[in-house]
Design a protein around this ligand. Structure first.
Ligand code: HEM
Length: 206
């Protein structure tokens, strides 16, 4: 389950943000036209990927959309419990040390870190996939897949799955969220009411 609903939420949020940022959707579709050719059907795309399994590495902007969706709405975050008879301490930026009672689990909010303007800049609340384009330096504060040594073992697969789903669907369908989503915590963090969307065949022509 850990890998399925997190990846599904990521794709749902990506389509949510793309709907609200048509200029970014248009860039995504242009990239797909450039990599796979205009008006390519899902089966054409599948054939191309089978013939050249590294083709997906050319989808820089598609990947940036996925990373930015994960920054805006991270489905998961690190939770840690200290070993028996030990406890955590943490230091605030002003230098105060806090002691966490033994056996307490500490949950680090990726969402709060990802929206922190000191880390991501004044536009931290805005959907801007350009932050993740090659050559741009990202701050350390990106916790979508946690950090080593206990980071997500499925991140490469998750990126690949999300890229392929967007590649196969983004030009063929128009996705329209039917409500304004907010996030809910149900095991992982996901869009409310299972992300209802109206989906119709797109008139997009590459
Ligand atoms: C967008 C999709 C995904 C997100 C956002 C995500 C996020 C995360 C995060 C934040 C953690 C660390 C949790 C913690 O430290 O407490 C984690 C751990 C883990 N994830 Fe993922 N994950 C995703 C997809 C996947 C997939 C596809 C798989 C498997 C195929 C997977 C398998 C795991 C496993 C096994 C762990 C535990 C690693 C450990 O504790 O050593 N995840 N994931």
């Amino acid at each position: 389950m850990t890998g399925h609903d997190t990846t599904a939420s990521t794709i749902s949020w990506a389509y949510y943000f793309l709907y609200h940022h048509p200029e970014e959707l248009s860039r995504l579709r242009t990239e797909l036209d450039a990599v796979f050719g205009p008006n390519t059907s899902p089966s054409d795309i599948a054939k191309q990927i089978t013939a050249d399994p590294k083709l997906h590495t050319k989808l820089d902007f598609t990947l940036a959309v996925i990373k930015e969706s994960l920054r805006m709405e991270p489905p998961a975050a690190p939770a840690r419990q200290p070993p028996e008879n030990t406890h955590y301490t943490f230091k605030t930026t002003s230098g105060t040390t806090h002691y966490v009672p033994p056996k307490s689990m500490v949950y680090t909010s990726a969402w709060m870190l990802h929206r922190n303007k000191d880390v991501w800049g004044d536009d931290a609340d805005e959907f801007k996939p350009d932050r993740f384009m090659p050559g741009r330096k990202q701050p350390w504060g990106y916790l979508a897949f946690s950090k080593r040594p206990r980071d997500c073992i499925g991140s490469t697969l998750a990126y690949l799955e999300a890229k392929l789903i967007l590649a196969l669907t983004a030009r063929m369908f128009d996705f329209e969220p039917t409500i304004t989503y907010h996030r809910v915590l149900k095991g992982t963090q996901k869009p409310c009411f299972d992300a209802p969307m109206k989906v119709k065949l797109s008139n997009y022509q590459g």
